[in-house]
Design a protein. Structure first.
Length: 383
């Protein structure tokens, strides 16, 4: 039986980028996923994700986004795929928003270009939108969106060409402690490795129920794609950026129509608990009603627009939104990477680099990512 240096379980954005950096060191790597890279059940599935530098006062995630964006750009250039689209990211709020004040300060200190806008500036530049509750905004002109599914699937194909073995199989939960020698797959095979990385997103609480069932909370999240009027370019780049409406109670956010898939809009409030294997992925009628009311008030041109696609995905939230990147307390050669918490996709390259350096070089750890820092009562702090 072949023994790999590393076995990475979970071929989403966290697992794929971790496999990339481990393989780059010259190590032998096998990558496994139960349903396939960026499949329809995965948190890394779907069409698009936002990549922004702003995280309010949270300099840590701003630095990680700054590190990830050039790595995404390099990957796009290397593969010849337009993975990143520079649409700009527009923050919308009021004068009392402490988060936005902190965001502006952190971006300024980091040397990130941003533009402050008044309400009249926003109304003039994006007349297709109506934000009567917004007093000001900040535009990150160099940020935008990532093609999520295409990015992950392209990366896994590149890994396979570069010597990483990929298997589409489920991995069973390890038992015991000490040094893990091998894991069993759902097909009865055994995978032997020197080190194991579990980057399984919402499946982590299933694989490690005692450890994580009360520390990672998968929630149901609904996404809508709307068809713009025929001949209209108002909801495609460059006329439409990514935007986040912070003064609305449901925290709506939107991404422009890319490649004809429709104008994407969702609400960032956490949904109910969700099972990634068996959960029904059909949006609720009440959610459509809520969306229509929002459109009527803020995007009148799309009030009666057809819903051309929907998606039910999931967040895998930690108690406060911080990532979980740590060694398993019972296994000296098992690592866990998860807790993307609805904002993690953009950070895939930085996370993969960080985790590989922790494993390979014993690099310093970030205490916020530790298992010890994860509480069992939800109190979201990272947006």
């Amino acid at each position: 039986m072949k023994t790999y240096d590393f076995a990475v379980v979970g071929a989403g954005v966290f697992g794929a980028w971790t496999a990339h950096f481990l393989r780059k060191s010259g190590a032998s790597v096998i990558l496994l996923d139960a349903y396939g890279p960026a499949n329809s059940r995965a948190s890394s599935g779907g069409e698009t994700r936002v990549i922004r530098m702003g995280y309010g006062p949270d300099e840590l995630y701003t630095r990680w986004a700054m590190r990830s964006l050039p790595l995404w750009r390099e990957f796009a250039a290397r593969t010849g795929r337009e993975i990143f689209r520079q649409t700009g990211v527009l923050w919308l709020s009021d004068d009392a928003d402490v988060y936005l004040n902190s965001l502006s300060s952190v971006l300024a200190q980091a040397g990130i270009e941003r533009e402050e806008l008044k309400a009249e500036d926003i109304a003039r530049r994006w007349p297709q939108l109506r934000f009567h509750d917004v007093a000001r905004g900040f535009l990150e002109p160099n940020s935008g969106l990532l093609l999520a599914r295409e990015a992950v699937q392209t990366l896994v194909k590149e890994l396979a060409k570069g010597g990483v073995e990929y298997l589409s199989v489920a991995a069973e939960a390890p038992s015991g402690g000490g040094t893990l020698a091998q894991i069993k797959t759902g097909t009865g095979e055994s995978i032997s490795a020197g080190t194991f990385v579990f980057s399984c997103g919402p499946w982590l609480p299933k694989i490690f129920p005692v450890l994580l069932a009360e520390r990672i909370f998968p929630t149901r999240q609904e996404v809508f794609f709307l068809g713009a009027p025929s001949g209209s370019a108002d909801f495609r780049p460059p006329k439409m950026p990514v935007w986040l409406h912070r003064t609305h109670a449901d925290l709506p956010y939107a991404l422009p129509d890319i490649e004809g898939r429709g104008f994407k809009i969702a609400f960032d409030r956490h949904g109910e608990r969700f099972d990634p294997d068996t959960g029904t992925r059909v949006v609720a009628e009440s959610s459509i009603d809520r969306l229509r009311k929002y459109l009527q008030q803020h995007i009148p041109a799309l009030e009666h627009a057809p819903i051309i696609e929907t998606r039910v995905c999931q967040y895998e939230n930690t108690w406060n939104g911080d990532f979980l990147i740590d060694r398993h307390p019972q296994f000296e050669n098992v690592w866990i990477a998860g807790g993307g918490s609805g904002h993690g996709f953009k950070h895939g390259p930085a996370l993969g680099e960080y985790l590989s350096q922790r494993i390979l070089q014993g690099a310093p750890r970030e205490p916020r990512f530790s298992l010890a820092a994860k509480q069992t009562a939800q109190n979201r702090a990272v947006y």
